[in-house]
Ligand binder design. Structure first.
Ligand code: NAD
Length: 361
């Protein structure tokens, strides 16, 4: 039997709790794992002087698959996002986030089954930023005046939105291939090309071109503001949504909200070589160490990891066990039981216990 070597990044905040719960349920499947644990973020900065040590990147490249908890990004100052740096360094250009309603979850919506495919490397996340009043910023402002005849206020901070034809083609082809291979019917490309003619406009033009190679998959495009309104009104009409980085990020959290919240929203970041499985949610620092938050988003990311490894039966068994725990409603964390008395709310580790019990049956 194969033993899979997986890089395990517990992360910080609630990360260690949700990854521990997920590790336990994965170990309760028929699959064997060898975990290689790695630190990133502020802990790594203390130990190694950098929030993303090279050894972590090497370990991920060696194992090709990682399971990762969330990592806090200091706001405004401090190190740049480790999450963004991981994606950039490892060429993880696609983020895949399924959103499904499971019976038993309190949500005004039923029968949602959509997938968000987010471009991960370009757009406003490309990391090219100009700080207010820095010399380079003032030079850029001058250049804009020269080239475009436009006045930019001198007290401006500037972040570049960069969208390339190649980057767009890669994520769009990924989305259509995903639709084809998973028998999805429709791909919706999300953009704001009416205003951002040269960045989102290029994304849209590329989408229209690539759609021609997939005549069996229905294609439509939607302006992002209209899309979010339609998603709230009738999310069931969407199947695969493909979007540039920032819209993809925001839509992911919106869709998580439609199906019960961040506690049940899993995901993966994919490149040609490497896959990092992680929940959509962040490190929720206010709940850290309380054994309180929902580990299911991380566990469902674990289900995706099992499928990726080719362990389809174990993936199905684990997903069914999670679905059964949700349907039963006895062992759910606070987020899935709004208004329930404290003694009826499960802890993170109790959810793991309940899922493991189901796996044994
Ligand atoms: P967050 O996702 O951490 O938390 C938002 C809210 O969602 C929480 O207050 C909580 O109410 C709820 N929530 C999140 N996860 C939950 C869970 N498993 N169970 C139940 N409820 C849950 O978002 P934030 O507060 O904006 O970000 C906190 C930190 O996480 C920031 O530093 C941010 O940069 C980072 N972050 C990291 C990642 C990542 O590592 N991939 C992703 C998003 C945010």
């Amino acid at each position: 039997m194969t033993t899979y070597s997986i890089t395990l990044i517990p992360g910080d905040g609630i990360g260690p709790e949700v990854t521990q719960a997920t590790r336990r349920v994965l170990e309760a499947t028929a699959v064997k794992f060898h975990w290689e644990v790695a630190s990133v973020g502020s802990k790594a900065e203390e130990m190694f002087g950098t929030p993303l040590p090279d050894y972590v990147l090497d370990l991920i490249k060696k194992n090709k698959v990682a399971l990762k908890g969330p990592v806090t990004t200091p706001v405004g100052s401090g190190f740049r996002s480790v999450n963004v740096a991981l994606r950039q360094n490892l060429g993880l250009y696609a983020s895949l986030r399924p959103c499904k309603t499971y019976p038993g979850i309190a949500s005004p919506y039923k029968d949602i089954d959509l997938v968000i495919i987010r471009e991960n490397l370009e757009d406003l996340y490309c990391g090219i930023e100009f700080e207010v009043r820095a010399a380079e910023t003032l030079r850029l402002i001058e250049l804009v005046k020269d080239l475009k005849g436009k006045e930019v206020r001198e007290d401006s901070g500037i972040s570049l939105k960069v969208i390339s034809r190649e980057g767009s083609a890669r994520i769009l082809r990924f989305a259509f291939e995903y639709a084809r291979q998973n028998r999805r019917k429709k791909v919706t490309a999300v953009h704001k090309a009416n205003i951002l003619k040269f960045s989102d406009g290029l994304f849209l033009a590329t989408a229209k071109q690539i759609a021609k190679d997939y005549p069996k998959v229905e294609f439509e495009d939607m302006i992002v503001d209209n899309l979010v309104m339609q998603l709230v009104k009738k999310p069931q009409q969407y199947d695969v949504l493909v979007a540039p980085n920032l819209y993809g990020d925001i839509i992911s959290d919106l869709c998580a909200g439609l199906v019960g919240g961040l506690g049940v929203a899993p995901g993966v970041h994919l490149g040609d070589e490497v896959a990092i499985f992680e929940a959509v949610h962040g490190s929720a620092p206010k709940y850290a160490g309380q054994n309180k938050v929902n580990p299911m988003a991380m566990m469902l990311s674990g289900v995706m990891m099992l499928r990726h490894l080719g362990e389809k039966q174990s993936a199905t068994n684990l997903e069914k066990a999670i679905i059964e725990v949700i349907r039963e409603g006895k062992n759910l964390t606070y987020d899935l039981k709004p208004g329930a008395p404290k003694d009826q709310i499960a802890t993170t580790s109790q959810v793991a216990d309940a899922v493991i019990e189901k796996l044994k049956k």
